[in-house]
Design a protein around this ligand. Structure first.
Ligand SMILES: Nc1ncnc2c1ncn2[C@@H]1O[C@H](COP(=O)(O)OP(=O)(O)O)[C@@H](O)[C@H]1O
Ligand SMILES: [Mg+2]
Length: 345
């Protein structure tokens, strides 16, 4: 391995102060050169923050000189002048204090079971213990209120923050709580983004081990800028076998890569159906998720068959993971939750 590569590997252990994400995944390292045991390193911050710069300088120096063969490190940190708005790039200062890990659930289009996965994974993670939050950013079809069996106006705290609602052991916030009944959402792009960005940063989550974000379906500009608004530690992609085989998953991966968000893996939903007679029917084909994950060099986290109980859980507000934790449908989700936890730790 080259010394440059060893240094980059060492930087993966250097977190951005206050974040659980490292400086490599944030894309902060702009230049790195090695000559005669000396490393010269240039970092670029997206906001003016001398305190962060000083901390990073020290930890980057230490990480670089911890590499065998590197005796000295010269670290230069660039940042915009004071008073300038931060650029819309990977490392955003919009940190969410008190939250350990934040990850988003994305899909290529609607109807593949993204929200079903987000809801059941949140409940499965909560069952294992730990504080879990679920943020529904899907303004086109906020389904978390229905699927989690909660639909109330959230209270506003004395600090003017939205207080999450709670059900099935999960703290919840959804645009759906704030919208009026069946009124269709007809806001235009910039308006939508502004609203969601404000919404996202105004929730009083308290402390959380994991926050799951249900993104709007698709991988376009709106989803991309949401990924920039929320400081994400990872992205999860839900696909059907057939969607995966059409290469839609690739767009999801590209979206997360553009904002330096690590891909946690792919979940294949609606993998197959077991007929009452026991016959296995692969309605949308099968294995597309796994083979696409392999092609893309990312993890395959598991598959979820079609089960009537999953759909019923969604419609009645009691997710199948809560209703029947020992059943096969719940187990499919629990396995994926365990794989996710392992990837995030
Ligand atoms: N594995 C599954 N088995 C049975 N029904 C499912 C499954 N996954 C999702 N569904 C149902 O399909 C519909 C669409 O799922 P949803 O999670 O709302 O999709 P998305 O959020 O991607 O638009 C819902 O009615 C949901 O209950
Ligand atoms: Mg949805």
């Amino acid at each position: 391995m080259s010394l440059e590569q060893s240094i980059k590997d060492a930087f993966k252990g250097v977190n951005y102060p206050g974040y659980s994400r490292d400086i490599m995944s944030f894309g902060l390292v702009k230049n790195l050169a090695v000559a005669n045991g000396s490393a010269s390193i240039e970092l670029e911050l997206t906001s003016h923050n001398p305190e962060v710069a000083a901390q990073l300088k020290a930890s980057v120096e230490a990480a670089a000189t911890s590499v065998d063969g590197i005796d000295r490190a010269m670290v230069q940190i660039k940042m915009p002048p004071a008073g300038q708005a931060p650029a819309a790039a990977g490392a955003q200062p919009n940190r969410m204090p008190g939250i350990n890990k934040v990850f988003a659930v994305a899909s290529g289009k609607g109807g593949v079971g993204k929200s079903t996965c987000a809801v059941n994974l949140a409940c499965a993670l909560a069952q294992e213990g730990g504080e879990i939050g679920l943020l529904d950013c899907d303004i086109y079809g906020p389904s978390v209120p229905l699927m989690m069996g909660v639909n109330e106006r959230p209270m506003v705290s004395p600090e003017d923050k939205l207080v999450p609602l709670m059900n099935h052991g999960v703290k919840l916030m959804s645009m759906g709580f704030l919208l009026d009944g069946d009124q269709p959402v007809i806001w235009r792009g910039p308006m939508i983004m502004k609203t969601i960005q404000q919404f996202v940063m105004q929730v009083d989550w308290g402390t959380l081990d994991f926050l799951l974000v249900d993104l709007p379906p698709g991988t376009g500009d709106a989803q991309l800028s949401l990924c920039q608004t929320v400081p994400l530690d990872g992205g999860l992609i839900v696909t059907t076998p057939q969607e995966a085989s059409l290469g839609v998953v690739r767009k999801g991966i590209a979206m997360f890569e553009k904002v330096n968000v690590p891909i946690l893996g792919i979940v294949e939903n609606m993998s197959y159906f077991t007929a009452p007679g026991g016959e296995r029917v692969e309605i949308f084909g099968h294995g597309g998720g796994a083979s696409e994950a392999e092609r893309q060099g990312t993890a395959f986290l598991g598959e979820i068959p079609l089960f009537t109980e999953i759909r019923e859980g969604g419609d009645t507000g009691v997710p199948v993971v809560v209703k029947d934790p020992e059943g096969a449908p719940a187990q499919a989700f629990s396995k994926i939750a365990a794989a996710l936890r392992a990837r995030l730790d």
